[in-house]
Ligand binder design. Structure first.
Ligand code: ZN
Ligand code: ZN
Length: 319
């Protein structure tokens, strides 16, 4: 049996604290250590001390994904505890010096019809937390399907894209626990972040399709207790899966109805759906709208017309 302990670690983000998880079976393993801030380091060390663990006892750090609220302290733990870091190969790419989050997405902003001043507003909303960067060598790269062995149990790494393209969840093979990262949360639906196709950055990955497929995987494996990356545990996972599906189903219906008899670009749709948002929130909202529009287009529920590089969408009419 695996002994999994939750350590809430503060973040400066609206989502609140991130849940770091210590698996207190050898080799001692920490999942998602938290952001690289003084407050987070102190909370993590206090949490570990209350479990009679010191930093040097940590042998492995596993990241569910690269977002800085989860991954920021991984490099530090690798350095001072000598812990081996495990991360999906697509997320590792985002934790390198050369990675430029916005550069890879500029063509999407153009396609969305985003005015230049709004792009400037998004770019000016700089994260106060230092962007995490891992050493270029010595990282264990995951693809999904790997089994992490412990004294007394094991965790299966499952590739679950849709929030971030290299997101992994960890399923306790005893069937008890499912470490979900940001894939599923109790009170909020994770943002379906727009991700470029790695072979052609001008195209987006079908992130909503990926996410809905991941929810179906959760149902198949019959998860019992979800240990999420933020907030409380989730006991009845079929209910959580249904709630996430319902949220996206309602969004799909709403967006289709907004495009009935008219033609809008993604930025216009975003402003209708989210009239009072600023800075990075606009990026998140555009991501959400693109995810749904791409999904509807792939299902032939919408039509798309290009006007000077900006995509305009309308509800498809049945012939
Ligand atoms: Zn995240
Ligand atoms: Zn998160």
């Amino acid at each position: 049996m695996l002994h999994i302990h939750k350590i809430p670690v503060p973040t400066p983000y609206p989502v609140g604290p991130v849940n770091s998880y210590l698996i207190k079976n050898r080799p001692y393993t920490l999942v998602d250590p938290g952001p690289d801030t003084v407050e987070a380091r102190n909370a993590l060390m206090c949490g570990l001390a209350s479990l009679d663990i010191s930093l040097s006892d940590i042998s492995r750090v596993v990241l569910t994904h690269s977002h800085s609220d989860h991954s920021g302290l991984a490099g530090w733990l690798g350095e001072i505890a000598g812990a081996q870091i495990y991360v999906h190969q697509y997320e590792f790419r985002k934790l390198t010096m050369d990675y430029d989050f916005y550069q890879e997405r500029l063509s999407f902003f153009r396609e969305a019809g985003l005015p230049t001043e709004v792009l400037k507003e998004i770019l000016a909303d700089v994260d106060t937390v230092k962007r995490p960067v891992l050493p270029s060598e010595g990282i264990k790269l995951l693809q999904g399907g790997e089994v992490l062995e412990f004294d007394g149990g094991s965790l299966l790494a499952i590739h679950m894209p849709g929030h971030s393209d290299g997101h992994i969840c960890l399923n306790d093979q005893s069937g008890e626990n499912f470490l979900a990262g940001d894939f599923i949360l109790k009170h909020i639906t994770p943002n379906p972040n727009m991700e470029p196709e790695l072979k052609d950055f001008s195209k987006r990955q079908p992130v909503l399709r990926q996410y809905l497929d991941g929810l179906a995987v959760m149902n198949e494996i019959g998860v019992r207790l979800i240990l999420p990356g933020h907030g409380e545990n989730i006991n009845h996972s079929p209910v959580a899966v249904l709630r996430a599906k319902k949220h996206h189903g309602e969004r799909l219906v709403l967006i289709t109805s907004l495009l009935d008899g008219t033609s809008l670009n993604v930025y216009q749709l975003t402003r209708v759906l989210y009239p009072n948002i600023n800075g990075f929130e606009i990026y998140l909202a555009i991501s959400e709208v693109f995810a749904h529009v791409d999904y509807l287009l792939a299902c032939n529920k919408l039509t798309k017309k290009d006007s000077s590089g900006v995509a305009f969408y309308s509800k498809a009419t049945c012939l």
